[in-house]
Structures are given as structure tokens and as C-alpha cells.
Design a binder for this molecule. Structure first.
Ligand code: GSH
Ligand code: FE2
Length: 432
């Protein structure tokens, strides 16, 4: 049994026999890791026999079976955890040792201790063909969209251009159409800056995505659709928000079938941004229709989680619900720990510069609304805080535009557009 020492904590080897396993303890190993699925060939001992023998010899045992083409990040993290937690050197094997070494190498690159270019040579110099680890890392890099955040300081909103480096196709998420409520003036400063970025980077816009009908700014989806011809989309439950606000605005003529968008996404639906896979999670609680877009390794969570130093979104708008928001957040936090989380607002606590990117791991560890907090505590703190928050200053302006996909009201006979406000419709809202 040729054993190759990889590090102080890890050696790899081809399939050991039961007698070989008996000798591991004397060789100073503390843990046996089996990376080989059972039944690959009839002569292998299999996990039950290996585990029994390991325990008999006082070794810890871990079964993390993988095949070359189906290694997941969870496998890599599980492998790392076992090696880390081993009280001394760990001994890992598959059929030849290559898969075990690949798991190690991918983990080293993901954690920045090794560069992806060094993976093949690392294996070759030790007698292994580790090209499968290199291609795993290449594929992962291709799944990683480039994300450009554009901060709108008037509404503390973050708009995104998410692009696929391979095809140069992109999606725009939650674009803002500028509005000054004092002058009743609209402008396309933010949307035009986004279009400049798209042009300067040679991108083609495939999608204009909204995470929910925003209550604090107009959506620039319609304007950008006219400029780019891209498809607009939002969560399918937007129809419930339309029905709710149709009543508030007393607009019998409003179509409440979501026909104002090109596509309505349901929970679990998938689509592509260029060659990158994207998936939709239904994330209600802040609104009835909120969704999260998971594009490659990046999740656009908009008003669920804010930055870890800022907590979470409010849940007191019509159709909001703190308990439902908690559930949606738990689903987001169940994504892999290194998923990049991009929030939709940053209210710049203590005047710090705006920030919008975190990770699932950061959120779990540092977000004061989540770390060590139970569902009951979350609901209590969210409800208490929401009682103190006045309505966003543009809620009544924004929803009449956003439930129509970012379309301004039609002009009247004089060519001018007018907004309409229900008085005393939002009961119980805090006054500033
Ligand atoms: N002062 C802002 C408030 C905006 C607001 O209510 N933002 C929502 C997201 S649309 C939120 O969750 N705020 C959380 C908080 O302020 O704690 C405005 O008037 O626009
Ligand atoms: Fe919002």
C-alpha cells in the first residue's frame, strides 16, 4: 500500500486491504477516510468492513463517497472538516488515491492556499493525475457571474448588472427610475449609468429582473426594456400584490394577471444568464411576491437580508409577515456557505460607506437579527422595530408604477401624467 504524504494532517493511498487498515494505527494515523462508493468492484472491503476495522483499531472513520464527475462543494467541505477535526494525521483513500487528493486540492484552492494553476503539477509530481480537480475549478469559475452593484444614494438602493464572462450576456436586477417627489420630476440617471456600463463592457442585456414590487422607488424595468429589448420578469405572486393594491388605488381597470411582464417566475423555476444557471426562490415576508434570484454562486436577496451589520428588511407593508420572512431567510441561509449574498438596500449604519456584498457564512455568523436568534425572538424584534418605522416616503407613489411593471401612468388629455394617492388607506402606520 503506497502511502503518499500530502501534508502534516493528510496522506492518501490506493484502496487498502483490511490488513492494511489494521496497520494504520501503528503508523500514527488517527482517522480513516473512505472516498470510494461501495460496489465499485467486488474485491473492495466496503464501508461497513472498513468502519468496523477502523473503530476496532481506535481510528475515527468517515465515509465521503465521490465519483470523479460528481464532486460537490459539500463533499469538499465535509472532507476538510474531517481532516481538520482529526486528532492527528488522516489517511484518505479511494481506488487509486486520486479522488481523495482532488478533494484536498480543490479545498486548498477554494480557500486561497493554492492557485488553480498549481493543481495539475502538484498531482503530477506525486504520481497522480489531478486534472479532474483542475477542470472542476474551471467549471466553478465559469459558474461565477461578474456582479456590478450600482448604488442609488437617494433611495439607498443597490441595482445590479450580473454578467456571464463567457458569453457577455447579462441581467439587470432592480433598476431604479429616478423621481423627485418635491418637483414631481422623473429622470433616468441611474438607468442610463447602467446602460453605459453595459455598453462599455460589451454586454448584451438578456433579462431585466425585479425581486418584488418596490415600495420606495420606481422600477426602471419598462424604460430599460424599451432601450434594450430584453425580457422583463418578476415573481408570479405579483398578481396578489396587484389585487391588493388595485383595491387601495380603486383602479377597476388594472389587469391583475401579471401581463405587464414578459415572464413570471415560480419557486424553483430555472433560467440562464448567458451560460450560467439561475434559479428562483420564493422569498415572501417583506412583500407577498418577493423572490430571490440565485445566479451561479450569487444570490440576489433584495429586501430579506441587509448587510450583516444592518439586520433584515421590514415586514409590515400590506401583505408583509415577519414569520414568513423568517422562513424565507432560512431558505436563503441553507444555500452553500460561500454563496455571495447581494442585498437590495444599504442604509449605511453610522454613516459607513455603502456596502452590499456578504456571504451566507457571514450572515449566519454576524447578522444580529439571525445569529443565535430563534424564530420567536426574530418575530418579536422585527414586529417591535416595524412599529417604529414610518412608511417609505414614496410607497404610494411607487406602487402604482411598480404594479404595472415600472410604467408611469398614461398621460391625460393635456399630455401630462398624474399620480393618485388614497388617503388614510394605510392604517396604523407610524408618523415621523
Ligand atoms: N426611509 C426610507 C425607508 C425605506 C424602507 O422602509 N425600506 C425598507 C425596504 S423597502 C426596509 O426594509 N427598511 C428596513 C429598516 O429601515 O429597518 C424611505 O422612506 O424610503
Ligand atoms: Fe422593498
Amino acid at each position: 500500500m503506497p502511502i503518499t504524504t500530502i501534508s502534516e494532517k493528510l496522506s492518501v493511498s490506493p484502496q487498502p486491504s483490511i490488513e492494511d487498515i489494521q496497520s494504520l494505527h501503528d503508523k500514527g494515523f488517527k482517522t480513516l477516510i473512505n472516498n470510494r462508493p461501495d460496489d465499485e468492484d467486488p474485491s473492495q472491503p466496503g464501508t461497513q468492513a472498513e468502519s468496523q476495522e477502523a473503530k476496532h483499531r481506535g481510528l475515527s472513520y468517515a465515509f465521503i463517497p465521490v465519483t470523479a464527475g460528481t464532486i460537490t462543494e459539500a463533499d469538499i467541505r465535509a472532507f476538510q472538516r474531517v481532516v481538520d477535526e482529526s486528532e492527528g494525521p488522516a489517511f484518505a483513500h479511494c481506488k487509486t488515491g486520486t479522488r481523495s487528493l482532488n478533494l484536498y486540492l480543490i479545498g486548498e484552492v477554494l480557500d486561497g492556499r493554492l492557485s488553480a494553476d498549481e493543481v495539475v503539477e502538484f498531482g503530477r509530481s506525486r504520481g497522480f493525475d489531478t486534472s479532474a480537480a483542475a477542470s472542476w475549478l474551471e467549471k466553478k469559475a465559469a459558474r461565477r457571474p461578474q456582479v456590478e452593484g450600482v448604488f442609488d444614494k437617494r433611495t439607498w438602493s443597490v441595482q445590479y448588472v450580473v454578467s456571464d464572462p463567457a458569453t457577455r450576456k447579462c441581467a439587470i436586477i432592480d433598476p431604479v427610475l429616478d423621481f423627485d417627489e418635491r418637483a414631481g420630476a422623473t429622470a433616468t440617471i441611474n438607468a442610463d449609468a447602467i446602460l453605459d456600463y453595459v455598453r462599455d463592457n460589451g454586454l448584451t442585456v438578456e433579462w431585466i429582473l425585479d425581486t418584488h414590487p418596490h415600495a420606495d422607488h420606481f422600477s426602471a424595468a419598462q424604460y430599460l426594456k424599451e432601450k434594450t429589448g430584453a425580457q422583463t420578469a418578476i415573481g408570479e405572486r405579483v398578481v396578489d400584490v396587484q389585487k391588493l393594491w388595485k383595491g387601495f388605488y380603486n383602479w377597476p381597470e388594472l389587469a391583475t394577471d401579471g401581463s405587464q411582464w414578459n415572464r413570471l417566475f415560480a419557486h424553483g423555476e430555472t433560467f440562464k444568464v448567458g451560460s450560467i444557471d439561475a434559479k428562483v426562490l420564493f422569498s415572501p415576508g417583506h412583500t407577498l411576491a418577493s423572490i430571490t434570484y440565485v445566479i451561479g454562486d450569487a444570490a440576489f436577496v433584495h429586501d430579506t437580508l441587509f448587510m450583516p451589520d444592518s439586520g433584515t428588511a421590514r415586514a409590515d407593508f400590506p401583505g408583509g409577515d415577519a414569520r414568513v420572512l423568517w422562513k424565507s431567510i432560512q431558505e436563503i441561509l441553507a444555500l452553500p456557505d460561500d454563496t455571495r449574498i447581494f442585498t437590495g438596500h444599504d442604509y449605511q449604519p453610522d454613516g459607513r460607506a455603502p456596502r452590499w456584498e456578504s456571504t451566507v457564512a457571514d450572515q449566519k455568523k454576524f447578522n444580529p437579527h439571525l445569529a443565535g436568534v430563534t424564530e420567536g425572538e426574530f418575530v418579536a424584534l422585527r414586529t417591535k422595530r416595524d412599529k417604529t418605522l414610518p412608511m417609505p416616503k414614496l410607497i404610494l407613489h411607487a406602487l402604482q408604477v411598480n404594479i404595472r411593471g415600472g410604467r408611469l401612468p398614461e398621460p391625460e388629455a393635456n399630455g401630462r401624467r398624474y399620480l393618485k394617492f388614497p388617503l388614510d388607506a394605510l392604517k396604523g402606520a407610524a408618523w415621523e
